[in-house]
Design a protein around this ligand. Structure first.
Ligand code: SF4
Length: 379
């Protein structure tokens, strides 16, 4: 597939093929980026803290959706010290809607470690970054390259797709072996060319922008606009529909749930989830992990000591996490015995009090049903 007569170098390296991009293509890519780069608030800064926060938010979340979260977050948490001291509920509230709350928990854990061990700064050291909570090879590479201008690869899905196509690599890009080959191609490029800091910062972001706007994940790539087209092997060999290859993901586990939305006038009963596991420490409507009919729901609540006066079926809903799906039935429940003691993890809150709590977007259907959220400006 790789043709030696082209300008690519092709060699054996530790039993793997080794690929090197053409220096002229990379220069064209950076020039293209400098003319066409998308404007984002985290690009107006040289502060590695901003790069770190944006990269964590951008994992699993659309870039456009991150902008307002990023701006609001930095307004309230302008530096590492503030992040290390933030209350968990306030942090979760700032993160609400972004999902994958373990990212927020790890940000705080990491900030505490940075205060204790690194003088409140992100270390300019790839290996030291990798030892911090929530920072893996991609984020460490992005902080080094975009935050500090140091020549480290930041290989995300965009870079994998662009370079898999450019080199016409048909192997599964979910496999570490494929990722390693692509990572090595960027490392080798940096080692040979020793680019300056500005070039490194721009190249890392150029790959991201090319992957997001030209060599796109869904639909036909816009090869006519691509600065890499001249030597792109997938383009030349008409393989762009086959590459990148991704092996199918395992099927998600489906969990049936029944939610009990117990309300007393304008107040709602919520419970705090356990401190570890899915949606740790966040508030939710109470419920059980099984489908219950209206009759069974009444029986269940009666056994728990509730005097159910009225029960109304609410819309069903579904929420998809990375590995599981919740399929939820829900009932609005009015009870007659509000003197029943609340459990330690339960609270009864009105709409105003609820604004301060983080409610996962898994419950969006019911938050919207009761119009329980005010606009972001009011938070
Ligand atoms: S030429 Fe087409 S397939 Fe190749 S990198 Fe550019 S957009 Fe992607």
């Amino acid at each position: 597939m790789i043709r030696l007569e082209r300008a690519f170098l092709f060699a054996m390296y530790n039993g793997n093929r080794m690929y090197e991009p053409e220096a002229a293509d990379i220069e064209r890519l950076v020039s293209w980026y400098r003319k066409n780069k998308r404007s984002f608030p985290w690009r107006d800064t040289k502060d590695p803290y901003h790069v770190w926060i944006s990269e964590i938010m951008l994992q699993q979340t659309r870039t456009e959706a991150v902008i307002s979260y990023f701006e609001r977050f930095l307004k309230q948490v302008p530096d590492i010290e503030t992040l290390s001291l933030i209350e968990d509920d306030d942090l979760n509230r700032l993160w609400e809607g972004l999902g994958y709350y373990s990212r927020a928990r790890n940000l705080k854990k990491c900030a505490i470690k940075l205060m204790e061990e690194h003088g409140g700064r992100l270390p300019e050291d790839y290996e030291a970054l990798l030892k911090l909570p929530g920072i893996g090879p991609y984020t460490a590479g992005a902080i080094m390259a975009i935050g500090f201008g140091r020549p480290y690869p930041a290989i995300d899905g965009n870079v994998l797709r662009v370079l898999a196509r450019y080199f016409a690599i048909e192997d599964d890009i979910r496999q570490d072996a494929t990722k390693n080959v692509i990572t090595k191609s960027v490392e080798d490029y940096y080692r040979k060319t020793e680019p300056d800091q500005a070039f490194v910062k721009d190249l890392s972001q150029a790959f991201m922008d090319l992957g997001a706007t030209v060599c796109i994940p869904n639909g036909a790539p816009r090869c006519d606009l691509c600065p890499l087209r001249e030597n792109c092997q997938a383009y030349e060999q008409k393989l762009i529909e086959k590459i990148p290859y991704r092996s199918p993901l395992k099927q998600r586990k489906i969990i049936d749930r029944t939610l009990f939305i117990i309300r007393n006038g304008d107040r709602f009963l919520l419970r705090k989830r356990e401190d570890k596991g899915l949606l740790a420490g966040l508030y939710e409507f109470s419920g059980v992990d099984e489908k219950l009919s209206a009759e069974k729901t009444k029986e269940y609540l009666a056994e728990k000591g509730y005097d159910v006066l009225h029960l109304k079926k609410l819309p069903d809903s579904k929420h998809v996490f990375s590995h599981i799906e919740w399929h939820m039935d829900a009932y609005e429940i009015k009870i007659g015995n509000w003197d029943i003691p609340l459990k330690e993890n339960e609270i009864l809150v009105n709409k105003k009090e609820l604004q301060k709590l983080a409610i996962p977007s898994a419950f969006k259907t019911y938050i919207e049903y009761y119009a329980l959220r005010e606009s972001e400006d009011e938070i």
